[in-house]
Design a protein around this ligand. Structure first.
Ligand code: NG6
Ligand code: CA
Length: 507
């Protein structure tokens, strides 16, 4: 009898234990699902593969290198395009930009490029309960083609999924040179309204051509329209005096906004697209950073951007958010030294190789145009290391949607979340790369560039475009600099590449 009671008591005890373990496990599981990680995309402007210390660059980038050392470095990470607008379009929409003919470098007054009905990364995040924000460079158009800069500017980032936006409209070298917060120009005096034109100057407004004495930075090509802060820009602007940004404090301004966004939203999951303006022209380091790189303003603004990232990391650490934040670090396109101003970028570059081991640069179909620095970092979750997986910024939409448990319609984006987390070495099979509306294919280690007429070199920028009247085929496995065209000797591979390329383009 006593034995029997003991038996039943034991059994009861075991069941109780089992129940406790199970419910505890369940709880843990729920906790992981409940606790959505914050997502921070740090997006540089024209930073080359070889510009960062961890890829062999000569400019000190300790904070970027810290991310790389503690995160997963992608050796085969791509922007979709060799210029800004198309890459940013692809990042946010998961669509190949060459499928949309307007996805080219936009002026400052171009209409919004993204359809407000389109699926976008911030929209998906919002649906998953995230607070979403963009701080920095937009360059995806604003309004409907006829913007009044003095009223609420819409549609824009806030209409494609961002709860908060603090942006420059296009580029640092294009007007309007003002910050726009949630559709409103900051510090605008209504009695001094802003007018913008990309066609003709406003009578009486100084330009670089008729007032060269006002310039603090000399233009080299095209940047000879309106003068703001002693720097002539692309495009004409009148008015908005009190609203004009100060170039040398731009980095600090965006940093402060980013820090504020993080602190304000630390209790919710947040998605922040932090789009730095460096090292795009005009390169205007804060006085604190002048001379810091020994490579002139281009190097100095990279040092400044690196410091800025370090400051944001400090904020994340202080707020105890590092273990719950996935950080993606990358760049919108490859590097260029002379992009329109005399700023010593060429003269002071020395032996530094912004393009890394590749040929070409910004605007180029050769690797340096689109093959960019690419790191994922998540303290305690992503094991430090390197990955050879082929990944594109295009894939962040499907991947991050998976991370936050959201289904999205089919786009060009592939769900590579486990690749980005370092759980598998497998990336995409192939990717189409784009440069100034020309396209090429990378598949495995191979690259195929179809024939393109047009100059083989952009003289002003001193960049090889990738143009040739013949097919080009390179094996990056043994020829990373794309010097040895195998199109004639490996016809089988060439045909296979052309077939894949055509089928993707026809989708
Ligand atoms: C080009 C400009 C270049 C830069 C670029 C945009 C000329 C000749 N060059 O048209 O200076 O502004 O546009 O760069 O005007 S991007 O990174 O935003 O794509
Ligand atoms: Ca760019």
């Amino acid at each position: 009898m006593e034995q029997q009671i003991r038996y039943y008591l034991n059994k009861l005890y075991f069941l109780l234990l089992l129940f406790l373990v199970l419910s505890c496990n369940n709880h843990k599981k729920n906790k992981i699902i409940d606790k959505k990680p914050n997502i921070l995309i740090v997006y540089m402007d024209d930073l080359g593969f070889g510009d960062v210390g961890f890829n062999g660059g000569e400019i000190a980038t300790p904070n970027i290198d810290y991310l790389a050392a503690g995160g997963l470095v992608f050796e085969n990470g791509y922007a979709t395009s060799a210029t800004c607008t198309p890459s940013r379009y692809a990042l946010l929409t998961g669509m190949y930009p060459w499928r949309k003919k307007e996805a080219k470098i936009l002026t400052g007054s171009a209409p919004l490029l993204i359809d407000t009905a389109q699926v976008t990364m911030p929209k998906v995040m919002k649906e998953a309960g995230y607070v979403t924000g963009i701080i920095g460079k937009w360059h995806l158009g604003l309004g409907d083609g006829n913007i009044n800069w003095n009223t609420h500017i819409t549609p824009g980032p806030n209409e494609v999924g961002f709860d908060k936006s603090y942006i420059m409209a296009a580029t640092q070298d294009r007007v309007p040179t003002v910050y726009i917060k949630d559709g409103k120009v900051i510090n605008l005096d209504p009695s001094d309204p802003i007018q913008v034109s990309y066609e003709e100057n406003f009578p009486g407004e100084p330009t670089a051509l008729d007032h060269p004495e006002m310039l603090q930075m000399k233009w080299h090509h095209t940047h000879n329209n309106s003068i703001v802060n002693g720097i002539s820009r692309i495009g004409f602007m009148k008015g908005g005096h009190s609203a004009k940004w100060v170039d040398s404090t731009m980095s600090k301004t965006f940093l402060k906004e980013a820090q504020r966004f993080v602190v304000n939203n630390k209790k919710k999951p947040f998605f922040l697209y932090y789009a730095l303006q460096q090292p795009h022209v005009p390169r205007t380091p804060n006085p604190k950073f002048i001379g810091k790189s020994g490579k002139g303003p281009r190097g100095d603004v990279i040092v400044e951007a690196d410091w800025t990232l370090g400051q944001l990391m400090k904020t994340l650490e202080k707020e105890n958010l590092l273990e719950n934040t996935l950080i993606v670090f990358t760049s919108d396109n490859g590097p260029v030294l002379n992009d329109g101003y005399y700023d010593d970028a060429v003269e002071k570059n020395g032996s530094h190789k912004p393009w890394g081991p590749f040929s070409g640069g910004k605007y180029s179909l050769f690797q340096a145009g689109t093959h960019v620095p690419f790191v994922t970092y998540w303290k305690g979750r992503i094991q430090p290391g390197t990955s050879k997986a082929l990944v594109s910024q295009l894939d962040l939409l499907a991947s991050l949607s998976d991370l936050v448990n959201k289904k999205i319609p089919l786009t060009d984006s592939e769900n590579l979340m486990s690749t980005f987390l370092g759980e598998t070495p497998k990336g995409r099979e192939e990717v189409v790369i784009e440069a100034m509306s020309r396209t090429a294919l990378r598949k495995g280690n191979w690259v195929m560039i179809p024939p393109y007429s047009g100059p083989e070199i952009m003289k002003k920028q001193n960049i090889k475009t990738g143009n040739s009247m013949e097919y080009q085929l390179y094996n990056l496995g043994e020829d990373i600099a794309e010097k040895n065209n195998l199109a004639k000797t490996n016809k089988v591979k060439l045909d296979e590449m052309i077939e894949t390329f055509n089928s993707i383009k026809a989708e």
